[in-house]
Design a protein around this ligand. Sequence first.
Ligand code: F6R
Length: 235
Amino acid sequence: MKLIKTKNYEEMSQKAANVVSSVVTLKPDCVLGLATGDTPVGMYRILAERNKKGDLDFKNIKTVNLDEYVGLSAEHPQSYQYFMNQNLYSKVNLSSNNTHIPDGLAKDPEQECKRYEELIYSLGGIELLVLGIGNNGHIAFNEPDDSFPKETHVVKLTEDTRRVNGRFFDSLDEVPYYAISMGMKSIMSARAIMLLASGEVKKKILYESIYGPITPMVPASVLQLHPNLLVITDQ
Ligand code: F6R
């Protein structure tokens, strides 16, 4: 594992954007695994600026996102599809055929998980996977549990996660109860992983995840086993 400590959120975002930029430059047709949430917003902004200036080309890049809420359409402002449209897809020259997110409205969510898992492998696997971390140690929507879910699956969100994510919704009642999430096998199969964590609120769980025991009760702790893990955090 390599750990980079930065002064603040902006520097973390710059460093993260540098890593993505070098992968995109060296492998211009690779697959990036992407996260939503507050943490990567600054990184996406910087990537969009570089693309606009002509310094970074996403024309042949493919993206697969980690997760999506079950029951929210792409037009719903809290769906992860909407988030990605706003923060990245509409700002860079990614082709719409090349961006992938689980379909939250799929009639058969279990079948959608299977389709998504196969899609990741048919694209050739993930070159670089960008992760954030939940306050409870979740990565994607792999919540603390007795075992590590392996492949893309339907997950029941914990009340903690619903409450934390409820900050984006008008009321807690509107927060979905289920999501589709990549599993640990899908995540750990990425050739490189970059975990981003910002702010005091993530300090304890980040420490436990990268230095504590490896346990499904702290899902991010499994990342300690990844041979090519980069953690970027702010002071
Ligand atoms: C989002 C995702 C989640 C977030 C995590 C942290 O696609 O998979 O695991 O990365 O909940 O969210 P923020 O960045 O909002 O603190």
